[in-house]
Design a protein around this ligand. Structure first.
Ligand SMILES: *[C@@H]1O[C@H](CO)[C@@H](O)[C@H](O)[C@H]1NC(C)=O
Ligand SMILES: *[C@@H]1O[C@H](CO)[C@@H](O)[C@H](O)[C@H]1NC(C)=O
Length: 219
């Protein structure tokens, strides 16, 4: 076989493998359904399947209505992850609804297991994500428009408008995971040593303690 033909053959065999490793999120399912048994003690990658399932296992009404937004940030995320919608187990997708009061902020956070795409239901939002090269990509999005956030990168949405806003967010994971930057660093349990934070943020111990007090774990 000529070298070039051989190279082509290798490329055609390997390409789908490379591509699938680039696009994969949650692993593929090996059966029609595997409704999560959320009460099971068995630990595995995902949740074990329940045997007695009904249509309700695939149903979640929780995104139908706006959530209350009278909290510190003026924004509320209502998840429809596998933990709320057990029928999603092994599907590799999930959703959330996010409601924002005027001025409301969904603070900087990442989803370690999923890319995200948001569709604006109502209102207007300033959204953005930051790459590993610390470049900010930001945009104002309005009703009916979509914006997407790469998997694992820090992103946020803020309602700088005068009326409430809401989005539907979709994820390519049944459980995207959410890590808020401020809560992780200043509200962990046990707490991150002050010296880590004073050096990392180039601020004094008093300032660290002040921020820690705001993010102290609730329990
Ligand atoms: C299956 O679930 C239904 C509804 O929750 C219940 O009425 C029924 O007894 C269950 N069957 C078994 C075999 O557990
Ligand atoms: C938010 O508003 C609701 C309904 O008006 C009220 O029941 C609740 O206590 C409020 N929560 C906070 C944190 O103020």
């Amino acid at each position: 076989m000529a070298t070039s033909t051989y190279a082509l053959l290798v490329i055609s065999i390997m390409m789908p493998i490379f591509l699938s490793s680039f696009v994969s999120a949650d692993p593929d399912l090996l059966q029609d359904v595997c409704v999560a048994d959320l009460a099971s003690d068995i630990k595995l990658n995902g949740f074990p399947c329940k045997s007695n399932i009904t249509a309700d296992d695939f149903f979640f009404p929780g995104l139908a209505k706006a959530a209350l937004t009278n909290n510190t940030f003026g924004a509320t995320v209502t998840p429809a992850f596998v933990t709320q919608l057990p029928g999603l187990n092994t599907f590799g997708v999930s959703m959330a609804r996010i409601d924002y009061a005027p001025g409301g902020l969904n603070p900087p956070h990442t989803h370690p297991r999923a890319a995200e795409i948001v569709f604006v239901l109502t209102g207007e939002l300033d959204v953005g994500f930051i790459t590993t090269a610390n470049k900010l990509f930001t945009k104002t999005i309005k009703m009916g428009e979509v914006f997407t956030f790469p998997r694992g990168l820090i992103h946020f949405q803020i309602n700088n408008g005068k009326v409430p806003a809401a989005v539907i967010a979709a994820f390519n994971s049944q459980l995207p995971g959410t890590q808020r930057a401020a809560d992780a660093l200043f509200g962990s349990s046990p707490a991150v040593e002050d010296v880590v934070l004073t050096k990392a943020f180039q601020i004094g111990t008093k300032e660290v303690e002040k921020i820690k007090a705001k993010f102290a774990p609730k329990n």
